[in-house]
Design a protein around this ligand. Structure first.
Ligand SMILES: C[S@@+](CC[C@H](N)C(=O)[O-])C[C@H]1O[C@@H](n2cnc3c(N)ncnc32)[C@H](O)[C@@H]1O
Length: 316
């Protein structure tokens, strides 16, 4: 069996009253300004490389985690409004303000994008980590970093708009519910290692596409690995549902185990055209014969795709 004994014990322990809260207390990398700066500039650089828009009025980020830093980096690059939606409120004003000040310094210095040596687990990778000066021109940065605008964002961090329709550059809703954002009100939806969690992925994509105006963009980095719950990086696809349910237990965040092809198919079904699909490929650590019945349909490409950055445009 490929599920680790520790995963089973933790999963079962989540049924004990009081212990569920011990899982998922920290989310990922957004405690670090350099991580947030790197992730945002990686998405932006790849949008440019794929010939997609790189200036946006309203960006929604799904699952910002421990801070709103990725969206704050977007605001410092000229995005006008940032709406963060999470299932749990992890980010605090103090953390967001600290990250914001560190991000301002990084943009003012035109710092190179933190690379694989500094952030070895972060995807997508770039061919060059030089500051994208052709994209973030002096004129664009001067406007985004104007003292009056920085002050506006600071006050938006401590007094975020309570509703997406409200005024102000920052809106943070956690927990969020479908329907919270108007149809066609958004021109960028972005997420970083989030879409491997929602249990109703079809509903999630339908909702995100509804938010987008025609020509609007989705940019999602998705991790398909088993996040250490199994011995093999893709051992979760060999796990029968009964064992997986025990290991997942009532953890705050449970993987949906959907492979790469499901995400691409859903985007296409929701009237989006996939323009960029940067897969990270890793040899499969399990054989086809080991696949659990519900994963027998996985393609060879799915079996070896450990993560992907997928960028798509909403068609008219
Ligand atoms: C692995 S963390 C990644 C956090 C952050 N994006 C980063 O790069 O560090 C996953 C995040 O997704 C959030 N999440 C999970 N399901 C979600 C959903 N259906 N809607 C919004 N956020 C969700 C979690 O609460 C958590 O903040």
């Amino acid at each position: 069996m490929s599920v680790k004994a520790r995963s089973l014990i933790v999963g079962m322990a989540t049924y004990i009253p009081g212990l569920r809260g011990l899982t998922g207390r920290r989310t990922g990398g957004t405690v670090s300004a350099r991580y947030c700066y790197s992730v945002w500039l990686r998405h932006l650089s790849i949008l440019q490389r794929c010939g997609l828009p790189t200036t946006f009025k309203t960006m929604v980020e799904l699952g910002p985690g421990d801070s709103l830093g990725i969206g704050l980096a977007a605001l410092l690059s000229g995005v006008e409004r940032y709406i963060a939606l999470d299932v749990i409120q992890y980010a605090s004003d103090a953390q967001n303000l600290r990250i914001f000040e560190e991000l301002i310094a990084l943009f003012k210095d035109r710092a190179p994008i933190p690379d694989e040596a500094e952030l070895p687990l972060v995807r997508p990778l770039l061919p060059s980590y030089a500051f994208p000066a052709d994209l973030l021109t002096s004129a664009r940065l001067d406007a985004a970093l104007h003292p009056a605008r920085l002050e506006l964002v600071r006050s938006g961090i401590t007094n975020p708009a309570p509703r997406p329709r409200g005024r102000g550059p920052v809106c943070y809703i956690a927990p969020w519910r479908p329907g919270v954002i108007e149809s066609g009100a958004v021109d960028l939806v972005l997420s970083q290692t989030v879409l491997e969690y929602p249990p109703d992925l079809e509903g999630m994509y339908s909702e995100m596409c509804r938010w987008l105006e025609p020509g609007g963009i989705m940019s999602h980095e998705i991790d398909f690995k088993s996040i250490g719950m199994t011995v093999e990086w893709n051992g979760h696809w060999s796990c029968p549902d009964t064992i997986w349910r025990l290991a997942a237990g009532r953890r705050r965040h449970r993987l949906n185990r959907e492979p790469h092809s499901t995400h691409v198919a859903l985007m296409q079904r929701m009237n989006c055209r996939v323009v960029c699909d940067e897969r990270t490929v890793q040899p499969s650590a399990i054989t086809r014969a080991q696949l659990a019945p519900r994963f027998r349909h996985l393609t060879d490409e799915d079996l070896t795709t450990s993560s992907a950055l997928i960028q798509a445009v909403k068609l008219a």
